[in-house]
Design a protein around this ligand. Structure first.
Ligand SMILES: Nc1ncnc2c1ncn2[C@@H]1O[C@H](COP(=O)(O)OP(=O)(O)OP(=O)(O)O)[C@@H](O)[C@H]1O
Ligand SMILES: [Mg+2]
Length: 283
């Protein structure tokens, strides 16, 4: 479990805190999406989970962040990195090797994984992500989606309990974006990995994640199940977060007194809702 308790953080020389009094619990096995406007503090929140704060970004901190029972501030970066795997949108600048296999190997050697385990870990990390055939390819020859998968593969080779991703689909087309999210779903549902993903594409979040946390101006604006968080689209639009059109439509139908069903999260749900409304109307 990840637990923020009254956590605040101010970057060095920044005029205001990037995170203010955050209280948040992320349960083991959760599949959580984080949304919010640009500059809200989403990436900063991820830094507090993977130990980049305080081990890389110095600044003024208050409160506490616990990851799997360990206080991030009392821990070493190595200890946290074995618990939390991190993948960032701009993976290009994070690759250290030129061939896929070497990239995975680098992380394993860096963390002193015993020689006898290395082959098995590389094979299963590639297999879990479905890119076994890319093992000997040069990274520069891969597509954006394939590079993301390599980055995820390298992260999960360390067998972290938590996988943290910051806009993993920012460089990807819709189809590759869906592939990444369906991979994350498999890692979450089949391997029990806790997944925390910052993502702008709200339709993807609607379809795949179980819970949403909305960050605005360094604070938690809203948190809960996807349907609960999206149940008041006007509240989210106020801070510049656009809900899916089906959600907005269904909430307007409810506001007009035509339905008392919860908001629709996808086209199928919206269609069924509209069909029921019409059926009741003409009855
Ligand atoms: N290294 C840094 N030094 C100083 N201030 C920073 C630093 N990184 C971010 N900030 C500031 O902290 C606040 C939160 O930034 P953060 O990058 O966490 O936002 P974000 O929600 O991830 O935004 P985006 O959607 O654009 O990625 C912003 O005001 C930003 O300018
Ligand atoms: Mg960010």
């Amino acid at each position: 479990m990840i637990k923020f308790e009254n956590f605040s953080f101010t970057y060095p020389d920044a005029p205001a805190p990037a995170l203010k009094n955050i209280n948040l619990e992320i349960q083991k096995g959760a599949f959580l999406g984080i949304i919010g406007p640009s500059g809200a503090g989403k990436s900063t929140l991820t830094y507090a989970i993977n130990g980049a704060i305080p081990h890389y970004y110095q600044g003024v901190c208050q409160g506490q962040v616990m990851v799997d029972g360990i206080d991030v501030f009392d821990s070493t970066p190595e200890t946290i990195s074995l618990k939390v795997g991190s993948v960032f949108g701009d993976v290009e600048s994070f690759f250290v090797a030129s061939v896929v296999e070497e990239e995975i190997l680098f992380g394993l050697e860096n963390f002193n994984i015993p020689r006898s385990e290395i082959e098995g870990r590389i094979t299963s990390a590639l297999d879990a992500v479905g890119i076994s055939e890319l093992r000997y390819r040069s990274i520069s020859s891969l597509s954006g989606g394939q590079k993301q998968k390599v980055a995820i593969s390298a992260a999960i080779a360390l067998r972290p309990q938590i996988l943290l991703l910051d806009e993993p689909t920012s460089e990807l087309d819709p189809q590759s974006s869906r592939q990444i999210f369906s991979l994350l779903r498999t890692l979450n549902k089949s391997n029990g990995m806790t997944i925390v993903v910052v993502e702008q594409k709200i339709m993807l979040l609607c379809e795949y994640v179980d819970r949403l946390t909305v960050i605005n101006d360094g604070e938690i604006y809203s948190t809960g199940s996807v349907r609960d968080v999206l149940s008041t689209p006007s509240k989210l639009e106020k801070i510049g977060v656009n809900c899916p059109r089906v959600t907005t439509l269904s909430s307007k139908l409810a506001a007009a007194g035509l339905t008392n069903e919860p908001v629709a999260l996808n086209l199928n749900e919206a269609e069924s809702m509209v069909r029921r409304i019409i059926r009741d109307y003409i009855r």
